[in-house]
Write a protein that binds this ligand. Structure first.
Ligand code: HEM
Length: 316
């Protein structure tokens, strides 16, 4: 990863206990002027909470068993339905795929791939969309311009808005690499073999030397300009950059376009929602609460009218 500046890098021994990591973070920081990187600690705190608070592993294992049972049922159903050409969803594609030697993926491998799609793909994309709603309700000028653009069939500002949401509210805060060579030189720092180098995405994105007026939400900074992938790193960077980045962008573009065309998102003067770590991703604490009205002529989901009738009957 290039573009190394200031205070967003930390080097920690890769196999260190969390306590050691904490101590090291206070002493062995790679960054401008030896300054302490304070943000990553909150992220490492996630691991610490996981280890020490209320021993969550039995609950985790129970949830994993439940997940495996659900996936096993889905796989059995897909195999039963497996008439060629009847289904073309990802599960069926995986079940019918073959390795070079002609063997199929095991059930466990398929379950793991689905978990990757769910955790790495769905949670991150959905959370970024929640932030988009949260930001747009607080920036009515951008919201208005986006609605006009969607109505006119364009998408340049929408693309720029997605880039800016990801810059100002990156849902993953850290990417890490372990030093495999004898040592790694980064600027005036030397990181020994075996250490992990952690990059705080948030701190880099907030660096005013890289993004002028960095604290301001301004999608126009990306209008008709592709972000520099050494500075804009919500998907990480280098050889292990997120595999689903292009797919996630396509998904977010389609969802936002549909939302802008079908509903009026009502602006709010409420304060910005706080960050809240939901296990995988940093989400808006209230979920990116939205108040919407259907636009005239909008396509409503088929179940909408029935749902409204039920709610009326229940007096909601
Ligand atoms: C807004 C949505 C997403 C965000 C913010 C995001 C973020 C990230 C980040 C930060 C990494 C680590 C990259 C690195 O270490 O340099 C990563 C890796 C990965 N992501 Fe995503 N991701 C998103 C969507 C997706 C989707 C939709 C998929 C799959 C369909 C996906 C699959 C993966 C996989 C498989 C990796 C591991 C890549 C590797 O280690 O080679 N992600 N993602």
């Amino acid at each position: 990863m290039g573009g190394v500046h200031g205070t967003y890098l930390a080097a920690v021994p890769a196999r260190a206990s969390h306590a050691l990591v904490r101590r090291r973070l206070a002493g062995s920081i790679v960054g401008g002027g030896g300054a302490l990187v304070y943000r990553p600690i909150s992220v490492l705190g996630w691991g610490m909470t996981f280890h020490w608070k209320c021993c969550p592993w039995p609950r985790f294992r129970a949830m994993r068993r439940e997940y495996d049972a659900i996936v096993a049922r889905l796989i059995s159903k897909a195999q039963r339905d497996g008439v060629p050409g009847e289904r073309d969803d990802v599960l069926v594609l995986m079940l019918s795929s073959r390795y070079d030697d002609g063997t199929t993926m095991s059930r466990g491998e398929v379950a793991d791939e689905l978990l990757t799609l769910l955790a790495a793909g769905h949670e991150t994309t959905a959370t970024t969309l929640a932030w988009a709603v949260e930001r747009l309700r607080r920036h009515p000028d951008v919201l208005r311009a986006l609605v006009d653009e969607a109505d006119a069939g364009g998408d340049a500002l929408r693309q720029a808005t997605i880039f800016e949401v990801q810059r100002t509210r990156p849902v993953i805060d850290l990417v890490g690499r372990q030093v495999q060579a004898d040592h790694l030189r980064i600027g005036r720092w030397t990181v020994p073999k075996g250490y992990a180098v952690l990059v705080s995405i948030t701190l880099l994105h907030e660096n005013p030397a890289v993004f002028p007026d960095a604290r301001t939400f301004d999608p126009r900074r990306f209008l008709d300009v592709r972000p520099d992938l050494h500075h804009w790193i919500p998907f990480g960077g280098g050889a292990r950059r997120c595999l689903g980045a292009a797919f996630a962008h396509m998904e977010m573009n389609v969802v936002l376009r549909t939302m802008l065309r079908d509903v009026t998102l009502l602006p709010t003067s409420d304060p910005a929602e706080r960050w809240h770590l939901r296990g995988v991703a940093n989400a808006p604490a209230k979920g990116g609460r939205a108040v919407v009205r259907y636009r005239v002529g909008a396509t409503r989901p088929p179940q909408h009218d029935a749902a409204v009738r039920v709610r009326r009957k229940e007096g909601v």
